[in-house]
Write a protein that binds this ligand. Structure first.
Ligand code: GLC
Length: 640
């Protein structure tokens, strides 16, 4: 080889080396990969939309929502961007507690439809990319369930299906319940059964006797219920009132709480023998194993999950995720802190604390979840005020983890508090009596979904619906909000759209109170524009100085703004470092805003393209080098 050839060869080698250095490093490659496949399972960032079937959509004009009604609205859910929904109970029930009193765990309530309607629902939902989660109510059945009838009759094999106990005689020789336990819904938790001549326990209404989970036959029977619905294609379960599953077997009196003077009120005692017993955790872990085994045996479908309902302490809830020895429990122990721990009086620090405490306590590797409403608690608009609807949805949708929306919250529906005593059907409200029912009634949050301004808000053709429709439906309805240029529904939709960004799926999170009125949080991810959410929880307009909170306050773009905001999505906001008032963010009372902090320079897509070009260039170079070597050899053969 001539010295000239040698020099060219060396230059080529050097170039090759240089180009290899420019090739994506392993971490860059994984970044590119994660843009499409970011290792987050389907449920870890989903929006779970809770449907209250009785009030969602009536297809047959009887004034009661049903499965065909839900099927007809699945396209609405898909169009909104919902990928998972949980249905309050749809099983056969005398409807004392509107489906939470089940008389046959394996059949469909006839006023809701048939098993084939249910199969159609699962099938249609799957076609639209929506997963169905069912409500599993293990703590109790209806007193009309054949298990209870057999247990009351002491039929062989059923004697211990429920929690039975003898009464005690008072000093007058009158029979009294075994102890001082109260029902969550008011009054003694014990009811005398004349046939069996014993009391049975009911932590909810007397028509909801508690099943005895200390009996392995009951555990087995309830496992079969889970398997039955899994085989129908559901993606998992919301487990009802799970922390009530076990009671102390020796039935001791509970100590007084000092919070109430009414011995029949649930607040009268501390529930140390009837709630949050350690056995609950073992049962949750048992169901987790059942679900994991099922998923492993049926890998054609995605992970089957459970979400658990327990109004319990933080440490308990964290153990549900995973206990101290690493045993997995609930995928999503519901986080009700936005319902129970903050309200319209809370300031920015309370909100920040509320978010942080969950994230600090949550064991690593789990998905956070945020429940902002459900069928048991006042709606967002009624709890925080109607001006807060968009801000609360912004919060829900941009926090890390799972968001849970109760049907109607995407419109900002309000409680209908004027339901009369005569119209009231909720059992705890009926128990509270005519003078006090409004304080506890859940009917106001369960009124029919407001689809349009047609009769009964487009919910039903019936002359009378099971609960009255909120009279504000003429203005407050989905159709109006779909047509309006600005609406809560449109805000909600743009939030769901935004949520698809990798930065909201797996970006880092940090939150701070900026004042007593305003808090802000950031989501950050390498190569992505930082997302900033600013929320004013006060009832007054606030000027917000963001300069200490963000790196480049001059480079903000509005992503989502509330219906009353003066900022338009897509607009640039120029905030200077000089802290002059005119350069501050202006947030009206109870408003929120979602911003991006623009990273000037190359977008991740363009960076990926450049890397690709370098790679291709490298291939050409290698080819050239090979060609050169080959030519050199060829020359040698022919000319030496
Ligand atoms: C849960 C349900 C509630 C029901 C109760 C009894 O708390 O959410 O609606 O009344 O359990 O099943």
């Amino acid at each position: 080889m001539s010295p000239g050839h040698q020099i060219i060869g060396a230059i080529q080698l050097l170039l090759l080396l240089l180009c290899s250095l420019l090739l994506p490093t392993p971490s860059m490659t994984s970044l590119l990969k994660t843009e499409t496949d970011d290792f987050i399972d389907w449920w870890q960032h989903a929006v779970f939309y809770q449907i209250y079937p009785r009030s969602f959509k009536d297809s047959n004009g009887d004034g009661i929502g049903d499965l065909q009604g839900i099927i007809s609205k699945l396209p609405y859910l898909a169009e909104t961007g919902i990928t998972a929904t949980w249905l309050s109970p749809i099983f056969q029930s005398p409807m004392v507690d509107f489906g939470y009193d089940i008389s046959d765990f394996k059949s469909i309530q006839s006023e809701y439809g048939s098993m084939s309607d249910f199969e159609e629902l699962v099938h249609t939902a799957a076609r639209l990319g929506i997963k169905i989660i069912l409500d599993f109510v293990p703590n109790h059945s209806s007193n009309q369930h054949e298990w209870f009838k057999k247990s009351a009759a002491r039929a062989a094999g059923f004697e211990d299906y429920y929690v039975w106990a003898d009464g005690q005689l008072d000093e007058l020789g009158v029979r009294q319940p075994p102890n001082n336990w109260q029902s969550v819904f008011y009054g003694s938790a014990w009811e005398w059964n004349e046939q069996r001549k014993q009391y049975y326990l009911h932590q909810f209404t007397k028509e909801q006797p508690d099943l005895n989970f200390r009996n392995p036959v009951v555990v087995q029977a309830m496992d079969e219920v889970l398997l039955f619905w899994l085989n129908k294609g559901v993606a998992g379960f919301r487990i009802d009132a799970v922390n009530h599953l076990f009671e102390n077997e020796t039935l001791p009196d509970e100590p007084l709480s000092g919070q109430s003077t009414d011995p029949l009120s649930y607040d009268y005692t501390k529930h140390i023998y009837t709630k949050d017993l350690p056995e609950v955790l073992s049962m949750v872990q048992h169901w987790r194993k059942l679900l994991d085994d099922y998923t492993a045996q049926h890998p054609e479908d995605s992970t089957r999950i459970m979400m658990t309902e327990a109004y319990a302490g933080l440490t308990e809830l964290m153990n549900y995720y995973e206990d101290s020895s690493g045993i997995m429990g609930s995928h999503l122990p519901f986080n009700f802190h936005f319902i129970t721990d903050v309200n319209r009086e809370s300031d920015a620090r309370d909100f920040v604390y509320n978010v942080e405490k969950w994230l600090i306590y949550m064991p690593r590797g789990h998905a956070a979840n945020w429940v902002i409403g459900n069928h048991d608690n006042p709606r967002v608009a009624s709890r925080f005020g109607s001006a807060s609807v968009d801000a609360m949805n912004m919060l829900l949708m941009t926090l890390p983890g799972v968001a849970v929306t109760y049907n109607g919250e995407e419109l900002g529906m309000e409680d209908y508090r004027d339901i009369s005593w005569k119209e009231t059907v909720d059992p705890p409200a009926r128990n509270a009596g005519e003078l006090k029912f409004k304080m506890v009634s859940r009917d106001p949050v369960r009124t029919p979904f407001q689809w349009s301004n047609a009769t009964n808000a487009g919910f039903s053709e019936a002359a009378k619906t099971w609960l009255p429709v909120h009279p504000n439906y003429l203005e407050m309805n989905l159709e109006a909000q779909q047509q309006a240029a600005k609406s809560h529904y449109r805000v909600y939709r743009s939030l769901i759209e935004l949520r698809k960004l990798p930065i909201l799926r797996r970006g880092k999170f940090s939150i701070e109170p900026l004042s007593r009125a305003v808090f802000a949080f950031k989501r950050t991810l390498k190569d992505y524009d930082t997302i900033i959410v600013v929320i004013n929880v006060s009832g007054k307009e606030q000027l917000v100085n963001l300069t200490d909170f963000i790196d480049r306050p001059q480079q903000l773009i509005v992503e989502v703004a509330g219906v009353d905001s003066s900022y338009e999505p897509g607009a640039f906001i120029f905030l200077a470092n000089n802290r002059s008032v005119s350069q501050q963010l202006r947030l009206s009372a109870s408003a929120g805003i979602v911003l991006t902090e623009k990273q000037w320079g190359m977008s991740p897509q363009r960076r990926a393209l450049v890397r690709q070009l370098i790679k291709s260039f490298n291939v050409v170079l290698v080819a050239l080098l090979m060609y050169n070597l080959w030519r050199h050899k060829w020359t040698k053969v022919n000319f030496n």
